[in-house]
Design a protein around this ligand. Structure first.
Ligand code: URA
Length: 286
């Protein structure tokens, strides 16, 4: 790199700090724009053999802080959710990812569907061993029928790329399959109605790792009341049913939040690097 004056170097440093890069994450700097810095070929996690029993695998995730989470599933919601039994029957009856998606498209029990153009299910490789779960489709996603295809999706794709992931080895979905009108926050009932389909997708795909993107996803998947700034950066033991297979799940910040608060990107980078390490370990251990 051409030599810089002290003033230029300080200005560059100030610019980095302003944009959230105020912490060294790796020993050596990486020029992310240089060809030679392109990420090493994505680990072939989709080709990984089925994960070994949860207890052994969990030794790789020794910092479950806060402690592993399991709280009662949506059946315990104060008000019974109309349509939930149908959603559960449809989801449980699906014996393949394709059948599950067909069942979801046919499901009429969630009122959000009436105002949405599309049922937005997922993008990426349905055989992948990594699932990322965001919040809900926005206007672009609703129009195109795919999750994370707007500005937040572009940032998500960039971040995934730098940890060696893309649509070939990861699967991206949301905790809601229809756009809430005006992008309002989802209700507990709407989340509960989508949940059986998400859990069945997880059961059918048998991922090694999950990542929850943002507060709505993390809180609803974990039945948590704490905010994402508390939840992020920690691993949780996720189970679709009590006593079921344990899947390590990492919570992180939502890319749309990062677009609004670029100074928070440093935390997301820490989480993504943590995820990358776990991906390596899961491939290595498989
Ligand atoms: N934000 C999300 O959480 N999901 C999308 O699909 C798009 C934006």
């Amino acid at each position: 790199m051409a030599s810089m004056s002290e003033r230029e170097a300080l200005a560059a440093l100030a610019w980095l700090v302003e944009n959230g890069a105020d912490e060294a994450l790796e020993q050596d700097p990486v020029n992310r724009l240089a060809k030679s810095a392109a990420p090493s070929p994505a680990p072939s996690v989709e080709a990984a053999r089925p994960a070994e029993p949860a207890r052994e695998r969990r030794s790789a995730f020794r910092t479950p802080e806060p402690p592993p989470v399991w709280t009662p599933p949506p059946e315990s919601l104060a008000t019974p959710v109309e349509g939930l039994a149908d959603a559960e029957t449809l989801a449980k009856g699906a014996e393949s990812v394709e059948a599950l998606h067909a069942a979801l498209r046919a499901f009429e029990g969630c009122a959000l569907k009436a105002s949405a153009k599309n049922t937005v299910i997922g993008r990426g490789n349905p055989d992948a061993k990594l699932i990322l779960i965001g919040e809900a489709p926005g206007a672009n996603e609703d129009r195109l029928g795919k999750p994370f295809v707007g500005e937040a999706g572009r940032l998500l794709d960039e971040m995934l790329k730098w940890i060696g992931l893309d649509e070939s080895n990861a699967y991206i979905t949301n905790v809601l399959f229809w756009r809430p009108p005006g992008n309002r926050n989802p209700t507990d009932a709407e989340l509960a109605l989508c949940r059986p389909f998400i859990d069945r997708q997880i059961e059918l795909m048998q991922p090694s790792l999950l990542m929850f993107l943002g507060g709505i996803a993390a809180k609803s998947m974990l039945h948590e009341s704490r905010g994402i700034l508390k939840l992020r950066g920690h691993w949780y033991d996720y189970q679709t049913t009590p006593g079921g297979r344990v899947i390590p799940a990492l919570a992180t910040l939502h890319p749309a939040y990062l677009l609004r608060q670029p100074a928070q990107k440093r935390f997301a980078w820490q989480d993504f690097l943590k995820f990358k390490q776990a991906v390596r370990e899961s491939v290595h251990n498989s």
